[in-house]
Design a protein around this ligand. Structure first.
Ligand code: DX5
Ligand code: ZN
Length: 224
């Protein structure tokens, strides 16, 4: 099963574990799953490309073994090539890299796909979608960051809905949105063409079962 390849035109919710209680990660994922989540968004931060520092392939492997949901690793780090093989071995379903940190994007995406893992490009708010033109055949999805990478709980940047719209005009790939996604902003992104809604603080600020369910319902309510 390929998560992105089999997505079709569905709208899907994905908890970002960044805002979860890391001491109870499997339970936190289970609760979001009970709320309808179909993917786990796993934020990797290196205290270099972004100020924050999170978790790596070892924790990814533990989580892969603790859930039946596919894990999507979002590498917010410099030199992601150095960890890609470890994430593949850990059993993640997809990996996105930030083209802003990658010297040879074609090679990096090929490395991800050679491991049988789906590949994504995650764009910071000021990166133009056109930069991906020649990478498109090597991508399974595009991630639009609607905050600056590094932290949960930041304010949604509204122009990112236009960016999603622009990407959907240019390319035929599913779009994942990440940053400031809530019950209120999910419909704006879905109307623009986004299909995978990543939410961290909005899911874990309360009961993840209810909060995940509300975000997915709000997104699906906006899909034409
Ligand atoms: C930010 C991360 C996000 C983060 C989103 O750099 O990529 O996945 O968890 O958090 P919220 O949903 O709180 O904006
Ligand atoms: Zn993320």
């Amino acid at each position: 099963m390929a998560f992105w390849g089999d997505l079709g035109d569905r709208i899907v919710g994905a908890p970002s574990i960044l805002s979860a209680d890391f001491a109870h990660l499997a339970d936190e994922v289970r609760r979001a799953r009970d709320g309808g989540a179909e993917l786990v968004h796993f934020d990797v931060m290196d205290n270099h490309f972004v100020p924050n520092l999170t978790v790596g392939p070892m924790v990814a492997e533990s989580l892969v073994n603790a859930t039946d949901l596919p894990i999507d690793a979002h590498l917010q780090m410099d030199r992601p090539d150095s960890l890609i093989l470890d994430f593949i071995k850990a059993g993640v379903a997809s990996i996105s890299v930030q083209p802003e940190t990658v010297r040879h994007l074609h090679r990096t995406l090929a490395m991800i796909r050679a491991g049988g893992v789906e590949a994504g490009a995650a764009l910071t708010p000021t990166t133009r979608p056109e930069t991906l033109e020649y990478a498109i055949p090597h991508l399974d999805f595009i991630l639009v960051m609607s905050v600056n990478p590094g932290f949960g709980g930041q304010d949604f940047i509204p122009e990112m809905a236009d960016k999603v719209r622009r990407i959907k005009e240019l390319y035929d790939l599913p779009v994942q949105v990440d940053g400031g996604i809530t019950e209120a902003t999910a419909p704006l992104m879905v109307e623009a063409g986004a299909q995978v809604l990543v939410a961290g603080s909005a899911v874990y600020k309360g009961n993840p079962v209810d909060e995940m369910r509300k975000i997915i319902a709000a997104g699906r309510g906006a899909s034409g």
